[in-house]
Design a protein around this ligand. Sequence first.
Ligand SMILES: NC(=O)c1ccc[n+]([C@@H]2O[C@H](COP(=O)([O-])OP(=O)(O)OC[C@H]3O[C@@H](n4cnc5c(N)ncnc54)[C@H](OP(=O)(O)O)[C@@H]3O)[C@@H](O)[C@H]2O)c1
Length: 271
Amino acid sequence: MRPEGIAVVTGSSRGIGRAVAIELARQGFDVVATMRSPDDGRDLGEELGPAAGRLTVQRMDVTEPATIRLPEEVGVLVNNAAVERPHTPFESTPMSTWREMFETNVFGLIEVTRRAVPLMRARGHGVICNVTSSSLLAPVPFYGPYRASKAAVSALSESLRTELLPLGIRVIEILPGAIETDMLAHSEDSPVEVDHPAYRPMAERFVEMRRPLIGHGTPANAAASAIVETICQQSDAIRHSCDPMGAALLEAWRANPGERLMASMSEGWMP
Ligand SMILES: NC(=O)c1ccc[n+]([C@@H]2O[C@H](COP(=O)([O-])OP(=O)(O)OC[C@H]3O[C@@H](n4cnc5c(N)ncnc54)[C@H](OP(=O)(O)O)[C@@H]3O)[C@@H](O)[C@H]2O)c1
């Protein structure tokens, strides 16, 4: 059943968030497209054409609680904002990288969601859509901080789904694979310049494996259509994909006991 109320999207200045805000407005939702710099949303109306009146741009930095304001009628929350940093071996990843990633990807998302839940509870319905990553389903080396931040959101989503379902609030998780955005373009920012030669073969392999994905991801608007379709459908599943790569990983994960799948994928990285 199609959700009622206003849809709020975090991180809609570009990439998947921007495309989801546009798609929601095209599908008839009133949308608040939130972003760190509202100037980035100035051309959203132009892109939307006749649906422009349905979309408002609002400043929100998920790491700055004072900027987090939600309309009382919020019916859909898309927690999309996230950051990724160059992927380096665990031992050479500074604590600042862990903290930056968790600050936005986990604590920022929690802060926004904490404010949405009472509003949705008061109205007796809502959808909370958390965007994580299909990298959760594969033991990708050098992805520790990013995957750990997304795993935290995934675990939170499971508990929250159970907790909120009786209140009429549906929690879903979207696990994108490779979507053509700035994040994908930078995802090979390489761990090749590693401090210790022991990591070099795997680092080179990492770049080799990621390079073919870049420039060949699913367009953000196609991923956005799939995400909005998932938001609008009643499904018993919590986890959903929005592109062929994410769908393939999710299918493999569903078909195989997680531990066995991880072990076989891990072996694939061995020299
Ligand atoms: N693209 C992929 O292949 C892929 C794969 C798996 C998962 N994902 C996930 O999909 C989501 C969107 O990714 P994307 O590819 O569209 O990334 P992107 O192109 O890098 O865009 C990230 C968005 O998040 C915003 N953002 C970052 N920090 C923020 C903060 N503190 N407060 C508010 N907004 C903030 C950015 O705003 P600014 O413009 O101000 O920086 C930007 O709008 C993320 O959750 C990402 O982890 C993407």
